[in-house]
Design a protein around this ligand. Structure first.
Ligand SMILES: [Zn+2]
Length: 387
């Protein structure tokens, strides 16, 4: 059962108990009506408390202004918000542990530290080095960064010029490792592929950045600076945008032919092996974890990762409870503007609720749900707002 299914079932059962108690109270009337309400709450309580899970919080860009990223509103968190989140974790007594340590303990069936919590940062954004690392260091907290090979900036060196757009260099990734941050792979090219001849639109000056996967797909090799140009460099404006899927999970459709599952398997294997080779060459060690781009994987992908020696991979849909497979990491996306606008008390409450919900307390969904609705409404009303 996915955590969403579990949540629906548990909160649904709770709501039924409370509603039944409330209806009985109305029928009985008077003081005696309090009894069925209390009974409904007591029975419903059993549904709301689930076996404990582990919160794996997933961040991406951490920046005061990441408008260079077309999906900044969805994935960028302001450094102030990250600081708030880390303070919340300290406040609730969370023990922030490394993913490798957690995966090892999980596989061995060892006990976890109290309220074990894990921090992930995807994509290897340079702002992680500039803004997130100092905040983690100040709190003595460890995290795992997942970087895609083609996006690592080949410039080299550890840059101290304050620029925070773009991607980290291998030296900056190594510098993070020296600070205790784990660095693990996120695939070669973070790629999507066309999956059918269906067309979803046309590339325009306004949307080509948001559909950057088309440029990446047509540009083998480094693509760390794809966003710098004013116009698309590889696939011109006016080109049809095909329906797409994740390159490590979907059979590609090229020139009217769908590739076979065998070819897909070979592509996945080459991608994961390339990550192992690059990490061995650049960081002097073999990676242990793998983060599937856009959190999507098929059964074959997991099997290939295991065969190549990866200890665990992401894209689970559960809560990391003791009865879930130790090689599957289920993560939750952490964003900014929990209620549609950035307001630190709301950011703190939302993170608290997300962590406690993953840990099994479903009452926190009653807090999160209205916040999610508010965010969706505000985002829909302010479609172009970023800052
Ligand atoms: Zn990613």
């Amino acid at each position: 059962m996915t955590r969403r299914q579990e949540r629906r079932a548990r909160v649904g059962r709770w709501a039924l108990c409370v509603a039944t108690g409330g209806a009985a109270a109305v029928m009985l009337g008077g003081w005696i009506g309090v009894l069925p309400v209390l009974l409904g709450l007591a029975i419903g309580h059993r549904a709301m408390i689930a076996p404990p899970g582990v919160a794996v919080l997933t961040y991406h860009s951490v920046s005061p202004d990441a408008r260079w990223l077309p999906w900044s509103r969805e994935i960028t968190v302001h450094p102030d918000t990250l600081a708030t989140h880390l303070a919340v974790l300290a406040r609730i007594g969370a023990t922030v542990i490394g993913t490798r340590d957690w995966v090892r303990r999980r596989a061995a069936g060892e006990a976890m530290p109290p309220r074990a919590t894990i921090l992930h940062f995807d994509d290897g954004y340079r702002d992680n080095h500039v803004h997130a690392a100092p905040l983690l260091r100040a709190r003595g907290m460890i995290a795992t960064v997942f970087a895609s090979l083609d996006f690592v900036d080949p410039a080299g060196g550890v840059r101290r010029d304050g620029v925070d757009h773009g991607y980290m260099t291998w030296d900056e990734l190594a510098d993070l490792e020296a600070q205790g941050v784990e660095v693990e792979p996120h695939g070669v090219a973070h790629a999507r592929v066309p999956v059918s001849d269906a067309v979803e639109g046309v590339l325009t000056a306004d949307n080509w950045r948001r559909h950057a996967w088309l440029q990446w797909d047509a540009t083998p090799g480094p693509k760390h600076d794809w966003y710098v140009r004013d116009r698309p460099g590889a696939v011109p404006l006016g080109t049809a945008i095909p329906r797409s899927g994740l390159a490590l999970a979907a059979c590609a459709w090229r020139e009217g032919v769908r590739e076979t599952p065998d070819v897909l398997s070979r592509r996945i294997e080459e991608d994961l092996a390339a990550c192992q080779a690059a990490f061995a060459a650049r960081l002097g060690r073999v990676p242990q974890l793998f983060c599937w781009p856009e959190n999507v994987v098929g059964a074959e992908g997991r099997a290939i990762a295991a065969r190549l020696g990866y200890r665990a991979t992401t894209a689970g849909r559960g809560r990391n409870t003791a009865d879930e497979p130790a090689e599957v990491i289920s993560r939750i996306h952490v964003g900014d503007r929990a209620i549609g606008v950035r307001w630190q008390p709301a950011e703190a409450l939302a993170l608290w609720a997300q962590v406690r919900l993953m840990q099994g307390n479903h009452y926190w969904y009653l807090v999160l749900a209205p916040m999610n609705v508010a965010r969706r409404i505000v985002f829909a009303l302010r479609k172009d707002a970023f800052a």
